[in-house]
Design a protein around this ligand. Structure first.
Ligand SMILES: Nc1ncnc2c1ncn2[C@@H]1O[C@H](COP(=O)(O)OP(=O)(O)OP(=O)(O)O)[C@@H](O)[C@H]1O
Ligand SMILES: [Mg+2]
Length: 507
């Protein structure tokens, strides 16, 4: 059959997907044209990932029809979805680290032993060139940056013949520079007629699409043409109320020193992660660490949490040298730690919400009744956390692996914010959470600060850093290149430092 521009690339009609009593996608219908960039927008748990998983054959909807280029598609497995021209880049990469880029792209392409590697290499290079992806076929995937892995995933989808590409929160793990690259690549894809479904919580990205479909509690609220709407219109459609971005805050109090780094250095794997870091953080103060990911921010927080040991220098928590203390001993002193990778370091997928909320704190007397865990107390506290963080869950017993991405993040925030009596180490707290939850998290961070908690905040989102910090420190290659009171910091001042240009760095 012939494909005219009037035939949608994708037509979904009346798609319904249930998990038990929960309707994750409720009678969703939409169309996407060839070359269209279509965003899916919605609160955490609205059903975006579920919708994508149905399109990619990972989940089977109970009802609905899917057509690709006018042909009904039976999407009962990813292999069928690929054969129908659908590609997907997963949020958690599925590449094999010990294989080369070329091997990763051709594995499972079904050509068996007859695969012509020379021809495959040629096609991969052609595709990379055509779409501006710059990938080296012989490099090991293990050696690639997060962004480079994503380009490989995209080339793989194109190699397999994708005419519709689904990207589920691709930029959550990319640096701002890599995100820009991704949008340039998307432009190339569009120009060659490939349709793209993009899921993102970042409004500035959503505003770059052609059309937006908004989901709320599994239902399609509507599909709009992006240039006809404002961000506020979209927020209203998604949350049902306007979201304030600014919180009132008091002047920073001159609290006692809560945390101090003195000449802290750390090198591992032949790289310098921390270089002579000296920094004091007061009780009731928020210091925001600005920097491109991978410049020592993770290690700075890990060193305080006791996960890595510096090679030299010392770290004091409220006057006590914590250099020899274990992770648990540090946590017991009232330190909360929100890690950047929620499922690697923060949550156990096979544990319930209630269990995850007390993870690492079973020693706490709040959860004990004699030598035993007090289940009534843990359940009650889990119910409270679910309510105050609006976690979309069936209850305290729900396994964390079944939560949507943003709702899983809320569980970590609830646990660590509660633990942080004196110090909160926060790495990318708003990653993957919707706009309403960002507002809530900002409010909670400022409330902790009012209570006298010291907060060390790492975020790739400069909006977080500017909205919350009392002082802003810029890290580059493990070194603090400058530290400024917030009113003296603007992007013109900290931008060059983030790129390593240290001219005029303040003390
Ligand atoms: N395997 C599962 N079992 C039970 N419930 C599930 C399962 N997978 C998803 N859900 C539920 O379906 C709903 C929709 O989840 P989904 O992951 O599609 O949300 P989302 O819109 O992608 O959210 P986020 O922005 O947080 O990623 C959530 O309430 C989630 O808990
Ligand atoms: Mg999701």
């Amino acid at each position: 059959m012939t494909t005219t521009s009037a035939t949608p690339r994708l037509a979904v009609r009346h798609l319904t997907k249930r998990f038990g009593a929960l309707i994750a996608n409720d009678d969703v219908s939409l169309t996407i044209a060839p070359g269209e960039l279509h965003c899916l927008l919605g609160e955490n748990g609205a059903g975006k990932s579920t919708f994508s998983a149905c399109l990619y054959g990972l989940l089977q909807p109970e009802a609905g029809e899917i057509e690709i280029d006018g042909v009904t598609a039976e999407l009962t497995s990813p292999a069928k979805a690929i054969a129908s021209g659908i590609g997907m880049v997963h949020q958690h990469f599925v590449l094999v680290p010990s294989f080369t880029v070329l091997e990763n792209i051709v594995v499972g392409t079904g050509s068996g032993l007859r695969l012509d590697m020379t021809a495959a290499r040629g096609r991969i290079l052609d595709l990379s060139r055509q779409f501006g992806l710059e990938i080296a076929p012989d490099r090991l995937v293990a050696d690639l940056s997060v962004g480079e892995k994503q380009w490989v995933e995209i080339v793989k989808a194109l190699y397999l013949g994708a005419r519709l590409l689904i990207l589920d929160e691709p930029t959550a793990v990319l640096t701002p520079q890599e995100s820009e690259r991704l949008f340039a690549i998307i432009q190339q894809l569009k120009a060659s007629g490939i349709a793209v479904i993009l899921i993102s919580h970042k409004m500035n990205e959503v505003m770059r699409s052609d059309r937006v479909s908004v989901l709320r509690k599994g239902r399609l609220v509507g599909t709009v043409t992006t240039k006809d709407v404002t961000r506020d219109d979209l927020t209203m459609m998604m949350v049902g109320r306007p979201v304030a971005q600014v919180h009132a805050r008091s002047k920073p109090g001159a609290g006692e020193t809560a945390l101090s780094f003195t000449g802290v250095s750390l090198a591992k794997g032949g790289r310098t992660h921390l270089k002579n870091v000296t920094l004091d953080l007061a009780a009731g103060e928020i210091i925001g660490i600005a920097g491109v990911a991978g410049n020592g921010q993770d290690e700075l927080l890990e060193a305080v949490a006791g996960l890595v040991r510096p090679d030299s220098g010392s770290i004091h928590l409220r006057g006590e040298d914590i250099g020899a203390l274990s992770v648990h001993d540090i946590a017991r002193r009232g330190v909360g730690y929100v890690p950047s990778d929620r499922f690697r370091d923060g949550l156990v997928s096979d544990f319930s919400i209630a269990e995850n909320l007390i993870l690492g704190q079973h020693w706490d007397e709040r959860w004990r009744s004699g030598p035993f865990l007090d289940e009534t107390a843990t359940r009650r506290s889990a119910e409270q956390a679910i309510a105050s963080y609006s976690v979309m869950a069936s209850g305290p017993d729900m396994l964390c692996g079944r939560l949507s991405g943003g709702n899983a993040q809320k569980v970590i925030l609830a646990r660590e914010f509660a633990k942080a009596r004196h110090l909160l180490l926060c790495n990318q707290p708003t990653r993957g959470v919707d706009i309403g939850v960002i507002e809530f998290v900002h409010g909670e961070l400022l409330r902790k600060r009012e209570e006298g908690c010291a907060i060390l905040l790492v975020s790739e989102e400069l909006e977080d850093i500017f909205a919350l910090s009392d002082r802003i420190a810029v890290m580059f290659r493990g070194e603090i290149l400058g530290i400024f009171p917030r009113h003296e910091a603007d992007i013109a001042r900290i931008g060059p430092l983030m790129a390593g240009h240290a001219h005029g760095a303040a003390a």
